[in-house]
Design a protein around this ligand. Structure first.
Ligand code: ZN
Length: 453
């Protein structure tokens, strides 16, 4: 870092926090349509102030996505993605300070959205302001899209990406970012799993019946349980024909990256309060299983009487919600068709299947030049090699649209101020203020280093 930049960052040490508090004071809950229009205007004005030429990307039925572009000295063009919406703050009684009144306690800043992901918007803004102040212009060209519906699954992002593909093109994209792990190693994430979310329903009788009629009435609950049991072996293997056919095994480079990650076995055991993981897994094999295994998970089950004491009833209906987490190259539409065919073939034509959501798995190859470049920049910044996740268990539905319509290679870089215990989506969401300064410094370093090649 040069002296001019260092001097500016020291003189404006509180700038990122002030920006972040301003963003967090504005509620922006997409699920409740709370403060969304105001948040979009605020984000646009902050980008204007930081030197971006801004516009609203609009498609029918969606809140505006805010877009900004700022030319830099080098021809390298970087696309940044963020979202200005947040998860609902409820249950409010669990917060130790009001969710939309940013509050500092013990070096932490508490507010809804402070980690996910307004802290990153503030860190990126503060870095841009510092670089402009120190050098008069940005080292690289930045294109930045900040949408308002990520926390409800980005339902209009495909329409936005299709309509505005041209201004979104870039040499590389930084998705909503990651941070540093327990060993202070910078974390790079190269992909997210796909998702198929379905609801299964069985109707056995017109209404609940006395269970004395069980010998002669169809049971919705048993039908559903048996249909569910046909989907998975006891060892976790999915029994839907064709499910594993498109699955690509991890490459040797991906497996090496997993092996080199910081071990979290003990922390995970404690966090989930389990004695042991499935099959007694630990260390690298545990991380590899978690990263590369597609799953059929029962997310919810509902039927009959579940209250206190006894009620001898034969329930009329039974319902389950399931999510299938998918790996490359599984396709949610194909899996849905295979699920239907499997149920029909097993005699479960009466089990109704409704798809409630889908997203493709998206992975940037580890040997992609953009990945290698960000990895080298992160190592130079931290003084130790980054921890690279080839694929994480979560899903970002917008990435499929970004790949399809824009085609820009992307990853998560450690420019986010959140950490593993930030409590994103939970009460008392917070960041450590020291992480915010580090995120600003990292973004300054990364934007500068991308210009030099
Ligand atoms: Zn987020």
């Amino acid at each position: 870092m040069t002296d001019q930049l260092q001097t500016y960052l020291q003189a404006h040490a509180g700038e990122a926090q002030a920006l972040l508090e301003q963003l967090c004071r504005q509620p922006s809950v997409a699920a409740q349509n709370l403060g969304i229009a105001e948040a979009a205007d605020l984000v646009r004005s902050l980008l204007d102030d930081a030197g971006f030429t801004t516009q609203r990307f609009e498609v029918p039925g969606a809140p505006p996505a805010i877009y900004g572009e700022q030319r830099g000295r080098s021809p390298f063009t970087l696309l940044l993605y963020n979202h200005y919406d947040v998860q609902p703050a409820e249950p409010l009684e669990l917060w130790h300070s009001p969710p939309y009144e940013p509050t500092v306690r013990d070096g932490n800043l508490y507010a809804r959205g402070v980690a996910d992901n307004k802290g990153e918007i503030a860190a990126r803004l503060a870095a841009v302001r510092a670089l402009r102040a120190a050098y008069g212009a940005l080292p690289i060209t930045l294109r930045w899209i900040i949408e308002g519906e990520e926390e409800i699954g980005s339902p209009h992002f495909a329409a936005i990406a299709e309509r505005y593909a041209e201004p979104l093109r870039a040499d590389g994209c930084l998705w909503e970012g990651s941070g540093f792990d327990v060993a202070d190693r910078p974390v790079l994430v190269l992909g997210t799993k796909g998702l198929l979310y379905v609801q299964l329903e069985v109707e056995g009788t017109g209404h609940d019946a006395h269970s004395g009629m069980a010998p002669i009435l169809p049971s919705a609950a048993w039908r559903l349980v048996q249909a569910l049991a046909s989907l998975r072996d006891a060892d976790g293997r999915v029994r839907i024909p064709g499910f594993y056919e498109p699955v690509r095994p991890p490459t040797s480079a991906q497996r090496a990256a997993i092996a080199a990650q910081t071990d979290m076995t003990a922390q995970w055991r404690e966090a989930y309060q389990v004695e042991e993981f499935v099959d007694g897994l630990a260390g690298a094999p545990l991380r590899e299983r978690q990263a590369f295994t597609p799953t059929s998970n029962i997310a919810g089950l509902l039927s009959g009487y579940t209250g206190e004491g006894v009620k001898t009833v034969l329930p009329a209906q039974a319902m389950a919600k399931m999510d299938f987490r998918l790996v490359p190259d599984q396709d949610p539409g194909e899996i849905l068709a295979q699920l239907r065919a499997h149920l029909d073939a097993g005699g479960y034509g009466d089990v109704r299947v409704t798809a409630l959501g889908g997203a493709e798995p998206v992975v940037t190859p580890i040997d992609h030049p953009f990945v290698q470049r960000i990895a080298a920049i992160a190592e130079e910044f931290a003084g130790q090699p980054p921890s690279i996740s080839p694929l994480i268990g979560g899903t970002l539905p917008l990435l499929g649209a970004l790949r399809r319509f824009v085609g820009v290679p992307g990853l998560m870089a450690p420019g986010n101020a959140g950490y593993w215990a930030s409590g994103a989506h939970a009460p008392n969401e917070h960041i450590r203020l020291a992480d915010l300064s580090r995120a600003v410094a990292f973004n300054c370093h990364m934007f500068s280093a991308l210009a030099a090649s």
